[in-house]
Design a protein around this ligand. Sequence first.
Ligand SMILES: [Zn+2]
Length: 313
Amino acid sequence: VVLLYHRVADLAVDPWGLAVSPSHFIEHLDVLRRHTRPMQARGLARALRADAIAPNAIAVTFDDGYRDLATTVQPLLARADVPATAFVVSGALDSDREFWWDELERAVLNATNQLPTLRIRVAGEDYAWDMAGGHGTGLQGSSQSPEATRWRIHGEIWTLLRGLDIDARSDAIDQIVGWAGISTVPRTTHATLRAAELAQLEDSLVEVGAHSATHPSLAMLARDRQRQEIDAGRNRLMAVVGHRVESFAYPFGRPADYTPDTAMLVRAAGFTSAFINAPLASEPGMDPFAIPRAYVPDVDGDGLHRLLLKLAG
Ligand SMILES: [Zn+2]
């Protein structure tokens, strides 16, 4: 079984449920120590390939490369002696901006002094959202509460941005940040890893795996752009950790986010395994370039134990 986390933090607003609280994570580590055999993703993939996977083998993985990996997660892993794997977006290293989905959350869900209408131009198309309720195309007035409207608009913009390539997306985010009148200096709660911190992680229980350069949905990109994303991510991480990076996790990781071509490019880039997001156990004979990972919600130790039992079927 491979578990999928993103970050360990107490967040007031967390639209995608990316954070597990530190107190819950401490309980998780206790459950993992008592009931499983934790290993890094590359070790688990190797055991799968060799058809020698222990039934209680577990890989704990973290996506994206938030700074709390270094400040919160690593010390807790070390105390519990539980190894893990961090799939890091190389473009986030030493970044002076938050991830685009965090800036979007900050601008749309957290800012309070936005103008009533958000207008942006994306790849030659005009979009507008009325925070008071109407939809951009003017088709519907709305009986939604302001809070519900805000969340709906946040979801719509997220879906739009997720399908864009890096330049169009950065441009759109800049327009949204400007509209909301918020700073682009990362909040301490949402900062990303420094390269130096990543190098230290790799030295202490944590395998560094790749997660592309800019976190696109690879399936939506042309083959050459996919290759650039995969190779650039790998090269940057190898330069930081000083050796080969073996494991890859597809950004977003759902079936719509990678294709057989994507898997082939990942293999050609020298990775030995790749991970998807799906609530399934890993079993011998599985495609090593589509190993499922189960998302872990912010539940207590009992909740995690129940999830493990369910995955074990
Ligand atoms: Zn990710």
